[in-house]
Each structure stands twice: as C-alpha cells, then as structure tokens.
Design a protein around this ligand. Sequence first.
Ligand code: FAD
Length: 288
Amino acid sequence: MIPGAFDYHRPATIEDAVALLVKLGEDANILAGGHSLIPLMKTRLASPEHLVDISGIGKLKGITVNGDEIIIGAMTTQFELITSGELGRHIPIIAETSRLIADPQIRYKGTFGGNVANGDPGNDMPALMMCLGATYSVSGPDGSRDIAAREFYQGAYYTALGLGEILTAVRIPIPAPGHGFAYEKLKRKVGDYATAAAAVVITMAGGKCTSASIGLTNVSETPLWASDSAALLVGSSLDEATVSAAVAAAEAITNPASDMRGPAEYRTKMAGMMVRRALDRAQSRAKG
Ligand code: FAD
C-alpha cells in the first residue's frame, strides 16, 4: 500500500513548525514517529498534502525532573520512557505501560507526544496521563498554553489542539513515595491495541486507601478518567465489597463499540476486570 503524494517539511524550531502549520492550514499534518499517521496514509484514511516532520527539533526531546513534577518532551520515544532511570524511580507506571505498547520496533520510533496527541482511544498513554493528572504544554500561533489531560480528549481523533498548535511537552506530578500502581491491559496478542485496559495509582496509610486515581483505555470514544470509581476507594481498606462497587462504577462509564475485539458487553466487563486486577497489584505494591 502506497500513500498519496505529499510535500515534506523539516523545520528546525518550534516557531518555524508553527509558522509552517499556520501557512499550510488543514492540508498539513505533523509527523512525529509516523507509526499511527503513516499506516493511515497507506490505507488512504488520511491524505495530507504536507507533512511537517518535527523530529529535527531538539527542544522537543528529553525527560527532566523539575521539583515535584517530571517533564517529558513530546518527541521522547516509548523506548526512552522504558529505559529512563529517573522516570523509573519516580513514576514507574509509565515504563510498565510503555512496555505493553505495540512491539520493540514501534517503540523505538513511536513518540510519547504522538501517542497522547493522536486522539485514538486505543492509545495507552492518554488514560494513564488522565490517571496521573498530567498537563499538556502546547505552542501555537497565539503563544503557549497548558491543557489538562483530563480535558484534552473530546472525541475519537478529536482533541483540544487548535490549528497550528503543537504539543511540546507533558508535565506529570510525581506521585507520593511508596504509592501503588499498575497498568493492566487485555489484548488478543502481543502488539495489539487493548480490548480494555486500566491504569491505577493509589496511596495507602495504616491499611487504608488515602488517594486513588483510575484511567480506562479503549472502552469509549475517548480515554476515560473514572473519578467516581476511584472516590469510592478512598477511606476503605480495599475490601471486597468496596472494590466490587468501584469496579461497577468504572464499568458504568464505559461505552465501547462492538468490534473484532469483542461485543460491547464483553469489553465493558473486561474494563471492570482490568480495574480489579490493577487495584490488586497496586495494593500489593503500595507501602503503608
Ligand atoms: P505519528 O504517527 O507521527 O502521529 C500521530 C498523530 O499525532 C498524527 O495525527 C500527528 O499529526 C499527531 N502528532 C504527533 N506528534 C504531535 C505533536 N507533538 N503535537 C501535535 N500533534 C502531534 N499505540 C498504543 O498506544 N498501544 C498499542 O498497543 C499500539 N499498538 C500498535 C501496533 C501497531 C502495529 C502500530 C503500527 C502502532 C501501534 N500503536 C500503539 C501506535 C504507536 O504507539 C504510535 O507510534 C503512537 O501512537 C503515535 O506516535 P508517533 O510518534 O508514531 O506519531
């Protein structure tokens, strides 16, 4: 399968990339790692006339600790997320999730920014970013602005990014030391998108849950933040009745399509199962 013809641009700065995107308008698409966009172009589901390749912009790369948050540049690859010692020490659920994305070849090229900006509910990072309370930094023709991950996703492939805007970095608050975490993903085979997946981060003290956050992947048009489900857990010892109520609350906000990964009812139940398993593993890892 061969994509349609397109012009290729490789700006060296964020400002140049924004100017190009504004000039070229709707006919242009940002190219990052290309592992979501190029397959769409090959099947002609996307036919941009211009590709603006942002891989030459050095400022978009890197992982830095800044006080109580970690800043990840948009062009950081999934492989770099897995191998970063700093990230592994502070927010290990990011590497755990990255390892479940696609296969090693794709993770070498596929970028963190491409994964979160794509708007595909099947991407794994968006629900995790909602779970972690991340903030997206964006540059565009009117300057820079921040968008909460929890407000970024508006529909399938439809996000809060405006014309000419580039996601430059993601800022993630570092969870409390000793937090419990787990990303559970049900997939049909290695390299597949999720039938359903759940990200869980909790803190415990004296055997009681003191905070909880839950994100859900690929069980609606957008990634989901299951705030009501998580709220049920706080103050409990994560006993069976409370966990079952939280699982039911998470299932209640899903709205998956019936597709080759299974009927909608099955995918909803699997979302609940992923929450249950992730909670179980997160509790076993939590200190306190
Ligand atoms: P690209 O493909 O280059 O871009 C994707 C979209 O995001 C484009 O519309 C582009 O314009 C836009 N974009 C990219 N960067 C920016 C930016 N900085 N600012 C604004 N817009 C931007 N992903 C998963 O999460 N889980 C999986 O299980 C999974 N399985 C896969 C299996 C296969 C076989 C393949 C081919 C891909 C799979 N992926 C999966 C997708 C993969 O992780 C992609 O690499 C990733 O989603 C997109 O990153 P990219 O750098 O390749 O982005």
